[in-house]
Ligand binder design. Sequence first.
Ligand SMILES: Cc1cc2nc3c(=O)[nH]c(=O)nc-3n(C[C@H](O)[C@H](O)[C@H](O)COP(=O)(O)OP(=O)(O)OC[C@H]3O[C@@H](n4cnc5c(N)ncnc54)[C@H](O)[C@@H]3O)c2cc1C
Length: 480
Amino acid sequence: MYDFIIIGAGVIGSSVARELSKYQAKTLCLEKENDVANVQSLANSAIIHAGHNPEPGSLKAILSIRGNLLYDDWEKDLHIPLLRTGAFVVAHNKEEESKLEDILETSRKNKVPNYEILSGDQARKIEPNLAKSITKVLSLPSTKVTYPWEVAFACMENAIDNGVEFQKNKLVTNISVIDGGFEIEVNHKEKYRTKNVINAAGVDSSNLGAFIEEPPFQIKPRKGEYFVLDKRVEGFMKHVIYPLPSDKGKGVLITPQVHGNILLGPSSEYIDDLHKAKTTDEGLAYIKKHSTALAENIPFHMIIRSFAGIRSTSTYDDFYIKESSENKGFYYLGGIESPGLTAAPAIGPYLVNEVIKVKNNYHPKADFNPYRSQRLEFHRLPWQEKKKLLDEDPLYGRIICKCEKITEKEIIDAIHGPLGSHSIKGIKKRVRAGAGLCQGGYCEEKIMKIIARELDISPLDLEYDDLKSKLFKEETKVKK
Ligand SMILES: Cc1cc2nc3c(=O)[nH]c(=O)nc-3n(C[C@H](O)[C@H](O)[C@H](O)COP(=O)(O)OP(=O)(O)OC[C@H]3O[C@@H](n4cnc5c(N)ncnc54)[C@H](O)[C@@H]3O)c2cc1C
């Protein structure tokens, strides 16, 4: 019998897994996808918000302010990349300027550090491409940007290193209450028993609760679409640029990314399907229209990709992080929409220490290792180090992804790593092969061959993304 089973390995399930790995408890994390961070944590703006937006006193406010600070520890301990961009919330006229005062007041109440108001001209001296129509700006220097996939990998790798079990391709298909805990059915056949369940299933969190009770909230999925600009635009905007928020959320933003790309988006649209993250002509047109209010001459010709994500907005007006009132030992992490990525480093400790109070029943591990080793990025190394590695393994000399300069050895390490990946997208998430200008047009075929060779599998078994995304249907030119 497990002490804890976590359902879902997005940034939230992974943060909880790491926090539980500090205790002498038997913990398992089950994920329905073939990788961590494949749903909400895959497709978002990557911003570590300053805390200027959430209602003062709410869990969203408290945990996002804590989370923003804790990212500095995670950067050191877990090697999570951070870009300290700062942010500007912009106003275009007197009416908007008075709304900016409200956000300033929220920032004051939430104890956001070092915020200040700048005139449009002062802001344009710092960001010359800011729209000329902008009259006032709220500057939020503590805003940062991270790489969300790496956040989930880092936490889960560190949790595994400290004894947590992780199993992918495990869809939870039923939960029943048993004596002393719960029985979890996976893929309609296997069964696992546990004393406690941590429901970190994102958009599916209320459906999972419904296996055992009337869930305390419902998810109202809200889609957001984006454009990605090539990293050659790096420096076009150095700050995150927010419009004033509306009833549709934070609005369409301009967001520099840690690898030099810029994101435009997201849109905001309630949809019926919890899982249908598809871009549309209307959604993308909306982004173009609204981003032009923020900046002059946006280099739209540098768009290399579009994508969509689904927010787990809920009928409860805040993060729902509570134990079930009917079934003790069943914990909800529901409605973790934005600023969930920001709050992730605080949500694990909040659940484990303040809600479950794990310390009352389990001893801390004396040998807990808080550190995770850094992923090697060959092209960033000084020449002497490159030479040393090349002498050790000539595959560091074989560049597979020319856009991002990723070597064959880095791809092989990603396939066999602690959270090894066997899909094209999994390799892209780990080492950025295929994330550049050609979007995999040049390297995908080579990566397929490397995966098939390393795992000794047929190309017919290769996946692009999830288990349903087989790359090939059948062989067409079979030698007789
Ligand atoms: C468009 C958009 C923009 C955003 N921008 C930001 C931002 O800039 N800053 C910020 O702080 N936050 C942002 N967010 C919010 C942030 O992305 C989320 O709060 C965070 O990713 C939530 O993580 P999670 O682990 O709860 O959910 P998820 O990443 O969705 O993880 C849930 C996991 O549960 C698994 N699962 C579900 N059902 C089952 C089952 N039956 N069996 C097994 N596994 C199951 C899923 O496969 C999934 O991997 C944004 C979100 C979106 C969609």
